[in-house]
Design a protein around this ligand. Structure first.
Ligand code: SAH
Ligand code: SF4
Length: 370
C-alpha cells in the first residue's frame, strides 16, 4: 500500500529526527534538513546540498516533499507594500503582505496587516520590514467591517503553511534575517486563536529555526478569551494585540459577534491577567468607523475601560471595501479620538494605511485575484 506523502515543511527538529530514524538514517540528517528548510529556505529537496543523491532518492521514494506555497499573484503598491496571493497544494490560497520599513519603531509593536503606526521617524533606510501573515483561509468570526469575513472560513492553515508564507516572502526579497530587522504580525486573514496549535507551532519554528526574535512578532485576536490565557503560559510567544473596536458591549456585539460569548469585561479581565515581559504592553486595536464607534464619547468610554491596564492603543481608520456599509472617518474625527485617549494618559497611535491602493491594508485581505 502506498504510504501518504510527507510535507516536511512545518516539522519540528524532533519530528524530523523521528523521520530520519524511520528511514534508518543517522540523526545528524535531521539537523541538515532543519537547517535547509528554515535557515537556507529551500523550496525542494534538490536544493539541499548537504544530502547525498542516494538519500534524496530515498526521501522522494518515501514521498517526502517541501511544501512551500507558490506565488500566484503579486501586487505592488505605490508605497512599496507588496501583497502576495500564495497558493497551497490543494489550490487554496491566502494573502501575505510585505511592508518595507513597516514598523512603528520601538514604541510600537510592529505594525499590522497593511497598516503602520505613525511614530517619530527612526533611521530611514531599507533595514527593516514587516510581514503580515495569515493563519486561516478566510475567517469564521464575521466582523461586520472586515473583508475577510465575507469569505467565511475555508480551512485552517498548518504550521508549515504558516511558516511557508514567511519563507516565500523572505526569499522573494532575498532577506538575510540576521541583517534586516524583520517584524511579523499575525494580522492577515483569519483568527489565529481559532487555529491555536498550528499558529503556536509556527511561532516556535519562526523563532527557533528561522530566527526571528519573539519580541518582533505580534499576534492579533478578535477576543478568543480562553486562548489569551493559553498564550500567556507559552514559553515562546509573540506579543499580544486585542481588537477592541468598540467602547461598549452593545456596539461590540453588533460589530464582532463573538462578543456575545466573551464580552468586554471578560476580555479586559484576560488582558489584565496576561503576564507581561519587561517593557511589554498589551496593544488594543480600534478600527474607527465613521459615526459608528468614533465619537469623543466613545473615546471617553475606552478610557474608562482601559483604566488600570498597562496598555497602548492603535487606532486604524477603517479601510474601505466593496459591499461593506461603513465609512472612513475624517482625519479630524480620528485625531479627536486619539487626543481624548492621550489626554487621559493612554499612549495612542494612528496607523498609517499601507497598500490601500492594492487592497493590502488591514481588513482588506480577501483572496482577490485582482
Ligand atoms: N483576526 C484577527 C487578526 C486579523 S485582522 C483580529 O481580528 O484581530 C487585523 C486587524 O485589522 C484587526 O484589529 C481588525 O479589527 C482590523 N480590521 C479588520 N478589518 C478592517 C478594515 N476594513 N479596516 C481597518 N482595520 C480592519
Ligand atoms: Fe476575522 Fe479578524 Fe476579519 Fe474579524 S477582523 S473577520 S476576526 S480576520
Amino acid at each position: 500500500m502506498d504510504r501518504p506523502a510527507i510535507d516536511i515543511l512545518g516539522l519540528s527538529f524532533q519530528e524530523l529526527t523521528h523521520l530520519v530514524e524511520d528511514l534508518n538514517e543517522p540523526r545528524y540528517r535531521a539537523k541538515q534538513l532543519y537547517q535547509a528548510l528554515y535557515k537556507d529556505r529551500v523550496s525542494s529537496l534538490d536544493q539541499i546540498s548537504t544530502l547525498s543523491n542516494e538519500l534524496k532518492s530515498k526521501l522522494v521514494e518515501r514521498g517526502v516533499k517541501v511544501g512551500l506555497p507558490i506565488i500566484q499573484k503579486k501586487f505592488t503598491s505605490v508605497d512599496g507594500t507588496v501583497r502576495y496571493l500564495l497558493e497551497y497544494a490543494d489550490g487554496q490560497s491566502v494573502e501575505t503582505v510585505w511592508m518595507p520599513e513597516g514598523d512603528g519603531g520601538e514604541a510600537g509593536d510592529g505594525s499590522t496587516a497593511g497598516d503602520e503606526e505613525v511614530a517619530p521617524p527612526e533611521k530611514p533606510g531599507p533595514t527593516r520590514a514587516t510581514i503580515c501573515v495569515s493563519s486561516q483561509v478566510g475567517c469564521a468570526v464575521n466582523c461586520q467591517f472586515c473583508m475577510t469575513a465575507l469569505l467565511g472560513l475555508k480551512r485552517n492553515l498548518t504550521a508549515g503553511e504558516i511558516v511557508g508564507q514567511v519563507l516565500v516572502v523572505l526569499n522573494d526579497h532575498q532577506v538575510d534575517v540576521q541583517k534586516k530587522r524583520i517584524n511579523l504580525v499575525f494580522m492577515g486573514q483569519g483568527e489565529p486563536f481559532h487555529n491555536y496549535d498550528n499558529f503556536i507551532k509556527a511561532v516556535r519554528l519562526l523563532v527557533e529555526a528561522v530566527r526571528v526574535p519573539e519580541s518582533r512578532i505580534t499576534v492579533s485576536t478578535s477576543g478568543i478569551v480562553p486562548r489569551i490565557a493559553d498564550l500567556g503560559r507559552e514559553p515562546i510567544r509573540p506579543k499580544l494585540a486585542i481588537s477592541l473596536n468598540a467602547s461598549n458591549d452593545e456596539s461590540r456585539t453588533k460589530l464582532i459577534p463573538i462578543n456575545k460569548k466573551w464580552n468586554i469585561a471578560a476580555l479586559l479581565e484576560a488582558a489584565k491577567q496576561f503576564p507581561l515581559r519587561r517593557r511589554e504592553k498589551v496593544t488594543f486595536e480600534y478600527v474607527l468607523l465613521d459615526h459608528e464607534n468614533d465619537s469623543v464619547d466613545n473615546a471617553r468610554e475606552v478610557v474608562e475601560l482601559l483604566r488600570g491596564l498597562d496598555a497602548k492603543v492603535n487606532l486604524i481608520a477603517w479601510n474601505s471595501g466593496p459591499e461593506i456599509p461603513f465609512a472612513t472617518p475624517s482625519d479630524a474625527r480620528v485625531h479627536a479620538f486619539q487626543q481624548t485617549l492621550r489626554d487621559a494618559g493612554i499612549p495612542a497611535f494612528i496607523r498609517r494605511p499601507r497598500g490601500r491602493d492594492i487592497y493590502a491594508a488591514c481588513g482588506q485581505l480577501k483572496r482577490t485575484a485582482s
